[in-house]
Design a protein around this ligand. Sequence first.
Ligand code: 4AD
Ligand code: MG
Length: 464
Amino acid sequence: IMTSVKTLLGGSVAVGSTVEVKGWVRTRRDSKAGISFVAVHDGSCFDPIQAVVPNTLNNYETDVMRATTGASVVIRGELVASQGQGQSVEIQASEVELVGEVIDAETYPIAKKRHSFEYLRGVAHLRPRTNSIGAVTRVRTVLQNSIHNFFVNDGFQWINTPIITASDCEGAGELFRVSTLDMANLPRTDKGDVNFSEDFFGKESFLTVSGQLNAEAYALAMSKVYTFGPTFRAENSHTTRHLAEFWMVEPEIAFADLNDDANLAEGMLRYAVKEVLNKCEDDLGFFNKMVDKTLIERLTNVSETPFARIPYTDAIDILLKSGKKFEFPVQWGIDLQSEHERWLCEEYVKGPVVITDYPKDIKAFYMRLNDDGKTVAAMDVLAPGIGEIIGGAQREERLDVLDARMAESGLSGQLEWYRDLRKYGTVPHAGFGLGFDRFLNYVTGMENIRDVIPFPRVPNQADF
Ligand code: 4AD
Ligand code: MG
């Protein structure tokens, strides 16, 4: 039976079966008694399977002795009950094939010892072979799947919004511009450098910062939609929470207000966390042991407890009365800084919190103006240890109010198609954007967002 390590360790293959496993050597230990213990991993689960290899195999000296950490192997033999502690089964090997040896084992970058995450970023092509990045990769898969399941089970349509766009949804000017290049006929400057000023087929366009505006169009026809794709921000941020290219989940619902939006966000987050708790026991166990001893307890609480909801104006009062000295002074009207956000969820609520109804001047043009004329129906979901993981809002569905907001934001005369949505059968609607990689950061307890995405894109980093 050729199968994954996960299936072999999972207990469904009978002891005594002839099995075959293909993977990479994590460790090899040679005993004096002429037996080698080879631990093989294939990415399917946290633990490797151990193969017991006797020196009576005729390629023991030529091949098995060269199967060092990182080498690829195929091992065949009998599945037997394990003698030692750890796994319940192991393979009594009758055949070992060395598929690809590690040339110069001394310089293999992922040697057996523990490496810092910073070091591993420098060998991003090999780091998925480590315990930690392997675990992150599996949790990433389960978390993405659980989000898709949550929406599809609830009748949402998954729409794919464009990557190339002419609009700056957030109005923050953090855009990467897209150019077309005629490779045979590259435009050159006087100095002979390539001139990258050609636009996308003659129209100025950018990599999208958000699929929201397109999602709104589909929500106003399909009622419940979401998009889940890569988004881009040309911000020069060097933090543990920012990427230049990240993945965003953006649902959009019609006939809905801010309260419906917050309910949807909370429902999605709690469902996804519960799924990961149920399906990633070993990987979470590892993170709980190695990176954050309170992780599982914290996630269990999140899955079971309703989120606190605090209007921005109250949050400002709470911060002012906290007695805590913040670096950035607290005052109504400020954009909450990460120190404020973190104090609110880590010290005050001690869990995720939804902040609602922010001042209109610090938020995007599309957010619905509240009756007070000063605030908009916006919400951010803040998570302990991370800060903002979701930003969302009820959208301005009234054409006259939208026009006034667009004029204030210098957008008059633009986005005619977006205005059309308010002219032809407008309805109250709302949505949000979840920074998927930040959410994965939260769920794994990992410290740096660069370690939860396979190949991080940050300023000056596009190798690999
Ligand atoms: O708050 P943001 O900018 O909201 C929007 O883009 C809305 N159009 C979403 C919507 O309503 N459909 O971004 C949403 C989330 C943030 O809360 C954050 O989690 C994440 O995207 N995010 C980033 N994640 C990683 N790196 C960055 N540079 C990020 N910028 C935003
Ligand atoms: Mg935001």
